[in-house]
Design a protein around this ligand. Structure first.
Ligand code: URA
Length: 184
């Protein structure tokens, strides 16, 4: 599948009930040749309205961390497990993830990232392992064939509990070092 074919399939998708309530499908954004792919949970209100991932308050906090560790948002690719907003931002249902996950799989196939960073437990449980514990395992590296994966706290969780911000910064610094080491 090409990017155009994938985008057009995703934006007209009727694979689950969320298609009925979405304003926009939030496909993903950024550098299609990125070395690093960030994967969040699902669009929130601002993302649903704009069609772009991580543009609301959580996204602004993510931007601050990217800036703090000298990663340009334009150089990375950002997507979500779900491309459509769940009502009232509830957690994705397993059936919704199942209906949507192939879009992300195709994105990974096209981007061929060296690093995938899960933003929060929902992405980590789906992409790394079902029993992933974010408070214990954030910042840990997992080898997955042609790429490595890790997970960090979801920026929305940091807005609720700022005590985790130091750990988040340390994880992001580690990610930047890994990125630099893989470029050599
Ligand atoms: N939270 C997410 O997980 N993804 C977004 O795009 C915005 C908020």
């Amino acid at each position: 599948m090409t990017w155009d074919e994938l985008y057009s399939a995703c934006s007209s998708c009727q694979g689950c009930e969320l298609a009925k309530t979405r304003t926009n499908c939030v496909f993903g954004t950024g550098n299609r040749n990125a070395d690093i792919l960030f994967v969040g949970e699902a669009p929130g209100e601002q993302e649903d309205l704009s069609g772009t991932p991580f543009v609301g308050r959580a996204g602004q906090l993510l931007d601050k961390y990217l800036y703090a560790v000298d990663i340009n948002r334009e150089d990375v690719y950002i997507a979500n497990i779900l491309k459509c907003r769940p009502p009232k931002n509830r957690d994705p249902l397993p059936a919704e993830e199942d209906a949507c996950i192939d879009y992300l799989r195709e994105q990974v196939r096209l981007i061929k990232p060296k690093i995938i960073v899960c933003l929060g437990r929902i992405a980590a449980m789906r992409l790394i392992k079902p029993d992933f514990k974010i408070s214990k395992e954030h910042g840990t590296w997992f080898e997955k064939g042609s790429y490595v994966m890790t997970a960090v706290y979801h920026p929305a969780a940091l807005l609720r509990d700022p005590r985790r911000k130091e750990e988040m910064l340390a994880d992001m610094q580690q990610i930047k070092s890994k990125l630099d080491s893989l470029k050599d």
